[in-house]
Ligand binder design. Structure first.
Ligand code: 4AD
Ligand code: MG
Length: 480
C-alpha cells in the first residue's frame, strides 16, 4: 500500500479509503487517540485505536517520540478542529522511544524555552515551532530561485575557499593544512604559506560578490545563494558566523535599478510565503501575537506577523540618502532622555543599529533604503560619486531586523578603483583577476547581498537568528 503524508490525508476528500501513514507520535491519550506528525505539515492527524482489541504490549510502545506505521480507514473526524481521522486497523512500531529518556529531552510535550531547544538543536525540528520555521525557510529558498530564474538570472556557484577578502573587513576564518604549531616559517619568522595546501593564504569566503561580478560581465544577470562565513565576534540576535547569502549581480544596472531589484525581489518572496505557507504562517502568527502580548506596552508591535508581511508587500520602501538620514537623526528625540547612546554629531559617522532602528521603526515606520554613504565607511569596490566623498552604496533596513541587504553600484573605472585600493593598502596583485574585468569591456554594474537568515527571521516572526537555521554557528558554539 502506498504511504500517504499527513498533509495529503488531511486534505483528502476520499473518505473510507484504506490508508497507510508513517510518522512520530506527538501524544497518545487514553490508550485511544494518537496525535501523529510526519513533518509534512504543522497539523497532526488523529489516529483512533481500538484499544480493547489491541495487544497491551503494543499499546505500551505507542509513546511520545516513537516512530510508527499506521494502517486504517480514513473517516470523518468526530472531534473538533480536524476534518478527518484514521480508524486504526493495525500499527507497526518502527522505532521505540523510551519514555524515561524522552522525559529528559525537549520531545516531552510541554513548553520549553528557546534556549533549551537550542541545546537540543538535533531534536527541535520535532516541535511545532521549528518545523514551521524550517518549512517556511525551505519555501523561501525555493522562491528565491524561482524569482531569479523567472527573471533571466543564472545561478552561479562561487568558491567557498578563497584567497581574497571581498569586504576588506578582516573577518575571515583561515583555511590551512598546517598542523597547529608545525607551520613552516620563512626567513622573517612568519608562517610560510607558500608551502600550504594552496600555496598561499586562504580563508572561507565572506561574500561571493567579487567572483559574481566577473560572471555578471559575461552572463549579464547572475545570482549566488550559498554559505558565507564571518569571524566577527558579534554575540547578537542578528549575527551568525556561518550564514547563507543571496547575491544578485547585474551588468548595466545602476544604483536605482539595484534598489528596484532589491525591493521587487523581497516583495516577491514574501508574497510567495503568504500564498504557499498558510498553515505554518497562521501558527507562527498566533505565536508572534502571544509573545507580543507578553511584552511591555512600549515594545509591542502594532501589527500581527501576517499584517507586517503584507504591509511590506503592499507599500513602497522609503528611499533616503545618508545625508538626509543624518539630518533626521540629529533633530530626533529617540527616547525620554532625548539622546542616542551614540549621538550623531558629525556627517561621516557610521550608523549604529539604534539609529537604523529609529529611522525604520519610529520615523518612517516602513522598510527604508539608505543610499549614498560616505566613502570611508564602505568597502573599496563601491562607485565613487561626483562629490568625491560619497559612494553609490545602499542598505535596505527592516523593522525589527535592521540591515537586511547591503549592496552598491560597483566602481567600474579602472583608475578610480586602483586609487581606492591603494588608499586602503589592497595589493593589486591580490585582485589582478578582479581588475581585469575593468580592462576588458568594463561596464556599469550593481548588485547586493541579502542575509537569508535575516529574511527568514522577519518572515517567521522569530526573534533570534539562532532559531531560523538548523545548526547555528556562533562564538563558542559549534556543537552539532
Ligand atoms: O553588508 P554585507 O557585509 O555585504 C556584502 O557582503 C556584499 N559583498 C554584498 C554584495 O553586495 N554582494 O552583507 C550583506 C548582508 C547584510 O545586509 C546582512 O543581511 C547579512 O548579509 N549579514 C549577516 N547575516 C547574518 N550574520 C552575519 N554575521 C551577517 N553579516 C552580514
Ligand atoms: Mg553591510
Amino acid at each position: 500500500m502506498k504511504t500517504s503524508s499527513v498533509k495529503e490525508l488531511l486534505a483528502s476528500e476520499k473518505l473510507l479509503q484504506e490508508v497507510n501513514v508513517k510518522g512520530w507520535v506527538r501524544a497518545f491519550r487514553s490508550n485511544r487517540f494518537i496525535q501523529l506528525n510526519d513533518g509534512s505539515t504543522i497539523n497532526n492527524i488523529q489516529c483512533v485505536v481500538d484499544f480493547e482489541n489491541t495487544d497491551e504490549a503494543l499499546l505500551k510502545r505507542i509513546t511520545t517520540g516513537a516512530a510508527i506505521s499506521v494502517y486504517g480507514t480514513l473517516v470523518e473526524s468526530q472531534g473538533k478542529g480536524q476534518s478527518v481521522e484514521i480508524q486504526v486497523t493495525s500499527i507497526d512500531i518502527l522505532g521505540d522511544a523510551d519514555p524515561d529518556e524522552v522525559s529528559k529531552t525537549i520531545l516531552q510535550p510541554k513548553k520549553h524555552s528557546l534556549e533549551l531547544l537550542r541545546q537540543q538543536a538535533h531534536l527541535r525540528v520535532r516541535t511545532n515551532t521549528f518545523s514551521a520555521v524550517m518549512r517556511v525557510r525551505s519555501a523561501l529558498s525555493f522562491a528565491v530561485h524561482q524569482y531569479f530564474q523567472q527573471n533571466g538570472f543564472y545561478y552561479v556557484n562561487t568558491p567557498i575557499i578563497t584567497g581574497s577578502d571581498a569586504e576588506g573587513a578582516g573577518e575571515m576564518f583561515r583555511v590551512t593544512n598546517f598542523e597547529p604549531n608545525k607551520a613552516p616559517l620563512n626567513e622573517d619568522g612568519e608562517v610560510d604559506y607558500s608551502q600550504d595546501f594552496f600555496g598561499k593564504q586562504t580563508n572561507l569566503t565572506v561574500s561571493g560578490q567579487l567572483e559574481a561580478e566577473t560572471y555578471a560581465m559575461g552572463l549579464g544577470k547572475v545570482y549566488t545563494f550559498g554559505p558565507t562565513f564571518r569571524a566577527e565576534n558579534s554575540n547578537t540576535t542578528r549575527h551568525l558566523a556561518e550564514f547563507w547569502m543571496i547575491e544578485p549581480e547585474v551588468a548595466f544596472n545602476d544604483l536605482d535599478a539595484n534598489m528596484d531589484l532589491s525591493e521587487d525581489f523581497i516583495k516577491y518572496v514574501l508574497q510567495y510565503v503568504l500564498d504557499n505557507c498558510q498553515d505554518d504562517l497562521a501558527f507562527l502568527n498566533d505565536r508572534f501575537v502571544k509573545e507580543d502580548k507578553a511584552k511591555p506596552q512600549a515594545e509591542r508591535s502594532e501589527m500581527s506577523l501576517i499584517e507586517k508581511i503584507k504591509f511590506v508587500v503592499d507599500n513602497n520602501f522609503k528611499r533616503v540618502s545618508y545625508t538626509e538620514a543624518i539630518d533626521i537623526l540629529r533633530n530626533s528625540k529617540p527616547n525620554k532622555k532625548k539622546k542616542f547612546q551614540f549621538p550623531i554629531d558629525e556627517w561621516g559617522a557610521d550608523l549604529q543599529s539604534e539609529h537604523e532602528r529609529y529611522l525604520v521603526e519610529k520615523h518612517f515606520k516602513c522598510p527604508v533604503i539608505l543610499f549614498d554613504y560616505p566613502a570611508n565607511i564602505k568597502a573599496f569596490y563601491m562607485r565613487l560619486n561626483e562629490d568625491g566623498k560619497t559612494v553609490r552604496a545602499m542598505d535596505v533596513l527592516f523593522p525589527g531586523i535592521g540591515e537586511m541587504v547591503g549592496g552598491s553600484q560597483r566602481e567600474e573605472r579602472l583608475e578610480v578603483l586602483k586609487e581606492k585600493m591603494a588608499a586602503l593598502d589592497i595589493e593589486e596583485e591580490e585582485l589582478w583577476w578582479y581588475l581585469d574585468t575593468r580592462k576588458f569591456g568594463t561596464a556599469v554594474h550593481s548588485g547586493f547581498g541579502l542575509g537569508f537568515e535575516r529574511l527568514v527571521l522577519f518572515t517567521t516572526g522569530m526573534s533570534n537568528i539562532r532559531d531560523v537555521i538548523p545548526f547555528p554557528r556562533t562564538p563558542q558554539n559549534a556543537e552539532f
